[in-house]
Design a protein around this ligand. Sequence first.
Ligand SMILES: *Cc1c(COP(=O)(O)O)cnc(C)c1O
Length: 233
Amino acid sequence: MATIAANIQQVHDRMARACALAQRPVQSVTLLTVSKTYSADAVREAVAAGERRFGENYVQEGVDKISELIDLRDRLEWHLIGPLQSNKTRVVASQFDWVHTVDRLKIAERLSAQRPPGLAPLQVCLQVNTSGEANKSGLGPAELAPVARAVAALPGLRLRGLMAIPEPTADPIEQRRAHRALRDLFDRLRADGLDLDTLSMGMTADLEAAILEGATIVRVGTAIFGARIQPGR
Ligand SMILES: *Cc1c(COP(=O)(O)O)cnc(C)c1O
């Protein structure tokens, strides 16, 4: 069985090949190691292999892992990449460094108000629903600009960019189409004067397509830790 370190090297190789194809510098794309459902020991292995940014989907699991790894807290960045309910904002505002899944102004206002004053602003992305299904989380493209302007003005947050989870598809053309939709929204917000630098898109199955369309953070779990036990998690 491949080790976590070897898997990480392979993911960096995939990222470097995609950057070469896109004629982008390798440093322009950051790997977010998605550790959801995996143990603190697995995270330690990834840290030993040089990773320092970790993504968690479930608030309680993330908080538990952060405290199990408290000895490494200063060296690591913890990113929440799963749905966030308003009753969980306080713990997230005090424990995490980034939230990729802000999808309502109310959530952003709570995170801003609850960010402890001694910490740097919480780094946030707005989650956008680019595939348009009614039951999926994320802001609709039409409501994005006013929410982005309001979030950018909140003192406890720093709005960094946009995030999306497109419908899974094995077709690279479709993958790129979905990522390009997010990229277009990002470019429009920047043209309107918002100071954004982050496009969080691309996972194990579609990181190449995401990098070709401008991703600056790819979120990768399976290719590093192996298939998760619980389907859908
Ligand atoms: C689980 C998850 C990932 C990682 O997906 P893999 O296919 O395992 O690489 C990335 N982003 C989000 C939001 C996730 O929930």
